[in-house]
Every structure is written in structure tokens, then in C-alpha cells.
Design a protein around this ligand. Structure first.
Ligand SMILES: [Zn+2]
Length: 275
């Protein structure tokens, strides 16, 4: 299925991903949406009393022997960025300097999503996903900034659980336009149950969230204020939302319904993190 973004044509979402923001998180299938989201919407009617969650991060840095170094300052900045976004909603990320794993492996360093290298690396390096967010960094297949597993894949595939980020997309990394730490925010958004805001294109409920205006495809760069590619002429595309594809500098929005969806997913799939 072709895709046009800013008058450029891409063969597929995967092609675009490798040239734009480079999030390779799998598109949900209709089956996934039906299975997961019907479960979530049943859950929605239950009591959603206020509570808090603490999510310890295990940083797992894969190097090729020369590249892939992440400093303690960068880890602390990344945790701070995550907390600036999520802690106001009761979700806090914690980190202890002991929770860092280093691994030198040139094959794993260049891993791609759903590859055997990813599988082997995660099998070897992960900490128990019930109690940690496994946050891997590596060089990745060129063009990718990262990817995440959705919460429901934990059932049946515990070992793939986690978030993978291009090392250069960490705060103060060398990936221009993507080095404020928002790649981790975006991928953690997936890991907590969010789809892209443009999921499903102009299907009004494509991302299963009611208060993000539907838009026909990703926005990239630093788009100007205005309607952009919103499907409804009276709405504006969510060009500042963390789950869009804009540059890090442009991202500063998560909506109430996205937060509600995250909490539903924590309760159903990641209850061990609830305080
Ligand atoms: Zn994404």
C-alpha cells in the first residue's frame, strides 16, 4: 500500500519508517485490534480509581566494540524526559545505576525488528519483564530509530517484551532532530498500549483513542500549525503528539484519552508495576 507524505511517495509504511521517524513498531492487525481493544473496552466500564505505578528501567546497551556507548548522564536525562511526560499521570520511571547491562556483539548491534538477532539478544539479556522495562540500545538496521512490543504480546511471548532505541537517538546523541529523548517516549507509548495517532488513516477511531483527531498519515519534521492532514476539515492534525512522527523538538502532547488507554493497559497487562 503506497503512502504520500509531504509530496514524497513511499512504497509502504515500512519504507517511510526507514526514512522518516524510523519507528518500526509493527502495525496492529485487525485481529489484534479486535482481540485486544474489545477486551480493553469491556474493562473501561470498570472502576478506574486513581493509582500510581513505578516502572524500573533496565538499560541494556549493545555495542560493536567501538560504537554504542551511552553515558550515565544520558541515562539520567532519558529517565528525566520520561518522567517529565508520564509522572504527572502517576506513572514514574525509576533507575538505579546498577541496572545497566553491557554486551558487545556486532550482529546484535545491527539488529532489525523481528530478526533472529533481536530474538537471541533479548533471550540472553532481558530481565524479568514483569518487573522491568527492558530498554535496549544498539546501532540497528540503518534508518531505524527504534521499536517496541505492545503490552498484549507479553502473553505468549514474554521474551520479546521491551523497547529498542537507536543509541544515537538518546538525549545528546548524534541523531539530528531526534536527540531530545522523545524516541524513548514514543516507543514507551507503544509499550504501554498506544498506537500511532495516524493508525488507520481516516478511520475516526483508528488509534482507538477518542480525543486525537484522525489524520491521513504521519506528519514529519516541524510542520506549521493548522489543519495539515487532518481528515475532518474542522480539526487539526495532532502535530505535537508523542505518537506522531514529527521531530523531537515538536513533541509535547499526550491526550487524556491516551493516558486512560495507557492505564487500562497497565491494569490488564502490566499490573506488577502498580504501587
Ligand atoms: Zn511508533
Amino acid at each position: 500500500m503506497g503512502l504520500t507524505v509531504n509530496n514524497k511517495e513511499f512504497e509502504s509504511m515500512q519504507e517511510f519508517s526507514k526514512q522518516g521517524r524510523g519507528c518500526a513498531t509493527n502495525r496492529p492487525s485487525n485481529y489484534q485490534i479486535k482481540r485486544n481493544d474489545e477486551r480493553v473496552s469491556r474493562f473501561r466500564r470498570r472502576d478506574l480509581a486513581a493509582s500510581t505505578a513505578t516502572i524500573p528501567i533496565m538499560f541494556i546497551h549493545i555495542t560493536d566494540g567501538q560504537n554504542g556507548e551511552i553515558t550515565e548522564d544520558q541515562r539520567l536525562m532519558q529517565v528525566e524526559v520520561l518522567n517529565q511526560v508520564f509522572s504527572q499521570y502517576g506513572i514514574t520511571f525509576s533507575y538505579s545505576p546498577d541496572d545497566v547491562i553491557w554486551e558487545e556483539n556486532i550482529n546484535w548491534y545491527y539488529m532489525d525488528i523481528d530478526s533472529i538477532d533481536e530474538r537471541l539478544a533479548k533471550r540472553e539479556l532481558q530481565s524479568d519483564p514483569r518487573f522491568y522495562l527492558n530498554l535496549y540500545t544498539a546501532g540497528l538496521t540503518p534508518g531505524l530509530l527504534g521499536w517496541a512490543t505492545y503490552p498484549w504480546t507479553r502473553n505468549g511471548d514474554m521474551e520479546s517484551d521491551g523497547v529498542v532505541i537507536l543509541n544515537e537517538a538518546f538525549p545528546e546523541g548524534s541523531e539530528e532532530n531526534f536527540n531530545f529523548g522523545m524516541t524513548a517516549v514514543h516507543e514507551v507509548g507503544h509499550w504501554l498500549g498506544l498506537y500511532h495517532t495516524f493508525e488507520g488513516g481516516c478511520d475516526p477511531y483508528g488509534d482507538q483513542v477518542g480525543d486525537t483527531p484522525s489524520h491521513s498519515g504521519p506528519n514529519e519534521g516541524k510542520p506549521p500549525e493548522g489543519r495539515n492532514n487532518a481528515c475532518n476539515p474542522k480539526e487539526s492534525a495532532p502535530i505535537h503528539n508523542y505518537m506522531n512522527y514529527v521531530d523531537d523538538e515538536w513533541m509535547d502532547e499526550i491526550t487524556d484519552d491516551q493516558v486512560t488507554r495507557i492505564w487500562e493497559h497497565i491494569r490488564i497487562y502490566r499490573p506488577e508495576f502498580i504501587d
